[in-house]
Design a protein around this ligand. Structure first.
Ligand SMILES: [Mg+2]
Length: 269
């Protein structure tokens, strides 16, 4: 695992890139409640520009449901992977969504609701096929929350744990942000490009691994051990990095319309 603060290298002018972003802790600062999270206007504007300059090869890959992701980047309408890859909307608008049998989902919901009600200031978030147990405002319940989640995965073997920052999630086995990025990379406009992924939490490690195998740029936001090759310290640094990327892409686009030969020639001279 890389724990160095490797600076992120500039984009290569001869490569085409596919950009994938986690949201919470990456494009948006973490707040005490998940419903208080927002993406700063400057980062939203940069994302919008990135979509235009990069032929639409920009997607969000998050633990949030896609409905929340759409609301967070509105009026942008991006390709999305939600709930850690359990749902995915590709660039053509086609949606794939994993679901649990109704009776399983109902039974887990009622068991969790009852247990969470006994732990003040913890919060249950039901995402359809996944369940998040938040304890940011009640960190002393961490052990109980983890034990509760483990109990559920033992009882329902089609589910697995996904720990995060002050949250433990229970999600279907076999899904990950890594498999979501892999799926995007098989399709237009992502196919044939070099993947770039930015994320801050444990769920992002699966995506870093996939991006590393594809020889892309894996970028961890913040501290902590990670498989990512590069690092940025916080959401503010992500905003600045995005602005640099836009400048580089803008220059690339300016020279790709038939004048590239002259441009590189004049550089050599
Ligand atoms: Mg995150």
């Amino acid at each position: 695992m890389n724990i160095q603060n490797e600076p992120v290298p500039p984009l290569s002018p001869t490569e085409r890139y596919a950009f994938f972003f986690d949201v919470d802790g990456t494009l948006a600062a973490i707040q005490s409640r998940p419903d208080e999270v927002f993406i700063p206007a400057s980062i939203l504007a940069s994302l919008h520009q990135l979509v235009q300059l990069n032929e639409g090869a920009v997607a969000l890959v998050s633990g949030r449901p896609m409905s929340e992701l759409d609301a967070l980047v509105s009026p942008l309408h991006l390709p999305l992977a939600g709930v850690h890859g359990a749902e995915r909307r590709d660039a053509s608008g086609h949606i794939e969504r994993l679901s649990l049998p109704d009776e399983v989902a109902e039974s887990i919901s009622s068991l969790l609701r009852e247990a969470i009600d006994a732990m003040p200031n913890t919060q249950l978030e039901i995402k359809g096929m996944a369940f998040a147990l938040h304890y940011r405002r009640a960190e002393h319940f961490q052990k109980e929350i983890l034990a509760l989640a483990e109990l559920m995965t033992k009882r329902f073997p089609m589910l697995t744990l996904q720990p995060g920052k002050c949250v433990v999630e229970i999600k279907p086995k076999g899904i990950s942000k890594g498999s979501a990025i892999h799926a995007f990379m098989q399709q237009a406009p992502f196919a044939g490009r070099t993947p770039v992924f930015l994320g801050d939490d444990l769920t992002d490690e699966a995506a870093f691994k996939v991006v590393n195998i594809m020889e892309g740029l894996s970028i961890k936001i913040g501290e902590g051990p990670s498989e990512a090759a590069y690092r940025l310290p916080d959401v503010g640094a992500v905003g600045q990095w995005l602005e640099q990327i836009l400048l580089q892409l803008d220059q690339g686009v300016a020279t790709s319309g038939g004048s590239q030969g002259y441009e590189s020639l004049s550089r050599r001279i």
